[in-house]
Design a binder for this molecule. Structure first.
Ligand code: ADP
Ligand code: MG
Length: 712
């Protein structure tokens, strides 16, 4: 239990400030206030020498004597201070009279502020000024009395800095005041904070008690106690998140009856034997994982991650054939018509030796054909259906749908998935395999899909040549065109992609159109053939142009990022990405994955402007340095935070994390996940006495996780 005392009753707060704090920082109880952690700390135990002060330093503390005071007028005062290593100007605009009376030349003070450069010299504007005695006390490290509530907090050596707002500052709630309020909150509220983790878990994972952590996160005695406290609070946060996700998974596997598929069946074997290549180790491993799920008697809910070109289609086909072999139907759903068509086309050659009947159902399937497909699904004569959202229409009914494979999961909502669920007349929950080519960092997958099992294909089929990635700016364009001519002369094809960040943005189309025109001038017909594809074209036009490129009737495809997913053109060896700085890492990676699919050496050229932000530069460098999608995804998460990663935008994290970071706290997450797994393994319903605290904690609203990743 956390303290639910209204912050209004804290000394130094009162009704007005309480209202403001509630509005600005969303805290109304002392317990909530205590969980408003500093975003950084000021080490008040150390002094910086004036000669070492730099404008890029955060807040610093100087111990210096007043050398001289210049009163410019009643509105501005310069106080020159010196600590023997150098001299610095400090400037005051407010409270001048008060300062003037105290900052007499020769007196020594602690100055605390942010150094900056002004007129080529370093100064500080409005530093906090403290008498030297107080700071001396601050240097005395405390004892471990912090463990006992009720005993006053020893003077901390570091001070927390909290998020603030203009309104808070205007109301006089400065950093110093905030520290005072926190001090009061600890004094009044800490005794009411009750431990949320059972003793045995704290012991096993070396966690400090909650009260210790709360005190030290606000007023760290030293670095070690701060680190221990942070670890404990992060662990707790990640642990309960994992515990609730895993518990959901447990409840589902207990309550939902899965379809028992004990054998692989003949169709699988025939397809397997006819494969033109051996499966990669990763493909084999994943198929074994899937096979184990399907014969377990429980419903499979598995996420399959694999980079573009890693051979997921193969895995999908073999998985579908297991369902067939056990007397069930399977469906493969794709997010776009182009992708559905491509899947359908790709799987034909693998299905040929099996005699299994498959069909395609999309928005543009003709009415007569559609009726036939509907009938075939209802009477069971169609074994595998590939399609788009059209599969979700009410008229579509299956005889016995046993497996749903969903490609590029994030484009399907929960509702749509639950619709699939109801389509089978056999009444059981179909197994679900979600495939994604967007690599998600492991920590994010564990959180976003915490209740799914995750398989990863982390190995590309052999013989794939690496894609050479080159960064170029405008000046290199003539060379780029020459290079393209050489490749085209060798019979290769070239993609040129323009950013289309916003579908409605005129500018994007203008640059695409201008670019296409330039290409057609520099690569004139009939020697060169150029196709153009973008989102504003009619579907038929788009398809016509895309097909022309896919079939080799065009040498160059100028496109917006619509080609990001889909489009398998093994003969294309060059991917030029225009204004590459405008794309995110995962998008760049997806685009690059369009080449390097054939046997020829391939290239990805990232065209950018001359001036790049630090971040864009970093992205481009990373792209040139690695082809590993998971590595790039990790970096992307570090740079942009998990919330902005592709695939997480629509869904968002299941709960917002207060202190832990998925980008930085992977190790803590591992430990927390292990701990949660161990607890549930022994006590799935959390009914043991020793887990009572956990059960109480999970009942809280914040752990009522949004159900978006649940397939059923
Ligand atoms: P993904 O869907 O993961 O992007 P695909 O399934 O389309 O990848 O596979 C990419 C290409 O690699 C296809 O041409 C496929 O036939 C081929 N392929 C798949 N598995 C293997 C393998 N084990 N050995 C060789 N080639 C493979
Ligand atoms: Mg694919």
């Amino acid at each position: 239990m956390a303290s639910d005392m209204d912050i209004m009753y804290l000394p130094g707060v009162g009704p007005k400030r309480a209202e403001l704090l509630r509005k600005e920082l969303n805290v109304s109880t002392v317990g909530e206030l205590l969980r408003l952690y500093p975003f950084r700390y000021i080490d008040k135990s150390r002094f910086v020498r004036i000669c070492d002060a730099r404008p890029d330093m955060a807040y610093i503390q100087l111990k210096a004597k007043v050398a001289r005071v210049e009163l410019h007028d009643s509105k501005r005062m310069s106080v020159w201070i010196s600590d023997g290593s150098g001299e610095m100007e400090t400037v005051f605009f407010k409270g001048i009279k008060w300062m003037h009376e105290r900052l007499k030349p020769g007196t020594e003070w602690i100055f605390f502020g942010k150094p900056q450069t002004f007129n080529g010299r370093i100064n500080m504007v409005h530093p906090e000024v403290d008498p030297v005695t107080a700071a001396k006390a601050a240097q005395q490290p405390g004892t471990d009395s912090v463990l006992q509530p009720g005993i006053p907090t020893p003077k901390a050596s570091m001070t927390g800095v909290y998020n603030s707002t203009e309104r808070l500052k205007n109301a006089g709630i400065t950093g110093k005041v905030m520290n005072k309020i926190m001090e009061a909150a600890i004094e009044k509220g800490i005794a009411m904070e009750q431990e949320s983790l059972p003793e045995y878990i704290m012991k096993q994972y070396g966690l400090v008690p909650l009260r210790y952590a709360l005190r030290n996160i606000h007023f760290p005695q030293d670095m070690t106690s701060l680190e221990k406290s942070k670890y404990r609070l992060k662990f707790e946060e990640l642990f309960f998140l994992q515990l609730s996700l895993l518990k959901q998974k447990y409840v589902r596997s207990r309550d939902i009856h899965g379809i028992h598929m004990p054998k692989v069946g003949e169709a699988f074997n025939r397809c397997y034997e006819a494969l033109p290549f051996p499966l990669t180790g990763a493909q084999k491993r994943v198929i074994t994982e899937i096979r184990n799920d399907m014969k377990s008697g429980q419903q499979m809910n598995r996420l399959l991650q694999g980079d573009v070109g890693s051979g997921k289609t193969m895995v999908a086909v073999l998985t579908a054939l297991i369902a067939i072999g056990n007397g069930y139907q399977a469906c493969i759903m794709a997010p776009t018509e182009v992708l559905a068509q491509q899947h359908f086309k790709n799987i034909q050659k693998f299905l040929a030796p099996t005699g299994v009947k498959s069909a395609l159902l999309t928005g543009s399937t003709k009415t007569s054909e559609r009726r036939e497909v509907h009938a075939g699904l209802a009477d069971g004569s169609i074994g595998i259906i590939v399609g788009t959202h059209a599969l979700l229409e009410d008229v579509v009914m299956f005889q016995n749908l046993g497996l749903a494979i969903i490609d590029e999961q994030h484009r399907f909502g929960v509702e749509q998935r639950s619709k699939l669920w109801k389509k089978s007349s056999c009444g059981a929950a179909p197994h679900v395999l979600v495939m994604t080519a967007t690599p998600i960092p492991r920590t994010l997958a564990m959180t976003l899909y915490g209740d799914l099992d995750v398989s990863v294909i982390d190995e590309l089929p052999p013989g794939r040549k690496p894609v050479q990635t080159i960064h170029a700016t405008e000046g290199k364009r003539p060379q780029l065109y020459n290079f393209m001519r050489q490749e085209i002369a060798k019979g290769r094809q070239v993609f040129i992609v323009y950013p289309l960040i916003n579908e409605t943005e005129k500018l994007d189309y203008q640059s695409l159109e201008a670019g296409a025109e330039e290409i057609m001038t520099k690569f004139p017909f009939p020697q060169y053939k150029t196709a153009v594809v973008h989102g504003k074209q009619l579907n038929d036009v788009k398809k016509f142009n895309m097909d022309a490129f896919a079939a080799g009737r065009a040498d160059i495809l100028v496109a917006t990022s619509v080609i990001e997913v889909g489009v398998d053109v093994p003969n294309a060896s060059v991917m030029v990405i225009e204004s590459a700085e405008r794309f995110g890492l995962s998008q760049l990676h997806q685009l690059r994955g369009r080449v390097g699919r054939g046997s020829e050496k391939s290239y990805c050229v990232l065209m950018t402007g001359h001036k790049l932000s630090k971040e864009s530069k970093h992205r481009i460098e990373l792209m040139c340095a690695t082809e590993n999608g998971f590595e790039l995804a990790e970096e992307d998460m570090k740079m942009r935070g998990p919330g902005d990663l592709e695939g997480t935008q629509q869904s968002g994290l299941p709960i917002s994390l207060n202190i832990a970071s998925l980008a930085k706290d992977g190790l803590i997450l591992n430990a927390a996940r292990d701990a949660a797994e161990a607890v549930l393994k022994e006590d799935p319903t959390l009914s043991l006495l020793k887990n009572q605290l956990l059960r109480n904690e999970l009942i809280k609203d914040k752990y009522k996780i949004k159900d978006y990743s649940k397939i059923s």
